[in-house]
Design a protein around this ligand. Sequence first.
Ligand SMILES: Cc1cc2nc3c(=O)[nH]c(=O)nc-3n(C[C@H](O)[C@H](O)[C@H](O)COP(=O)(O)O)c2cc1C
Length: 224
Amino acid sequence: MTATLKDFKLLPYLLYLAKVEKGGKPVSTSSLAREFGFSQQTASRLLRELESAGLVRREVTPRGQFVGITKKAEEIFFSISSELDSILKKQVSRLSFRGKLVSGLGEGAYYMSRPLYVRQFKHLLGYEPFPGTLNIKLPHSELQKKVRLSAIEHAFISGFKSRGRSFGFIRCYPCSINRKVAGHVLVPERTHHPEDVLEIASKYNLKKRLSLKEGETVLVEISA
Ligand SMILES: Cc1cc2nc3c(=O)[nH]c(=O)nc-3n(C[C@H](O)[C@H](O)[C@H](O)COP(=O)(O)O)c2cc1C
């Protein structure tokens, strides 16, 4: 998810509401109005707008109105944070993910053995990859970190055309798997995988080499 300028405009309000929520306090329209110097009417309209945009949820209790930040708003925080990192040229160099091993349909093997990909793997990453990828399904809490990948240095494998078919480019992030084996997290331009799956390549058959079983938790540490 990439932050839009509209998201940046909402940031002060979302930050304020996130802080109040963290403090376990209710939000009154008068305190919101005071904080930002507008009328109570404007404050209550703002809350309604944030709610209908799916960015906050409201709950009215005898202790007052409690406003919570939604996952959608958290994604905006992560996205803005990663945009700021890249604007400030702050290189993030480490990122780790924990997820569960899931098996795919075996399509990874087809792509990983296309000669034009293999040649670039050897040239840019320094090894001939095992024809197959390891799929790691991330829980929601880890998924949000994925937007930070773009700020990490990576190798770029170009797309190509072969026999009338287009093959997409791939961003490759150096990583270790379970602190034992080196490989790369692949982010293909085109993929059938949902957002929450990390696809990993290595010189080795990772499943065998690490004796991994379906559903097992795997640690992937990226360090550029
Ligand atoms: C090196 C590489 C290149 C890929 N290129 C494409 C592509 O051009 N088009 C496409 O639809 N999917 C591409 N994919 C992604 C696959 O569709 C898919 O996400 C994945 O490899 C599925 O494998 P699995 O079923 O074994 O889990 C590529 C994957 C890899 C590893």
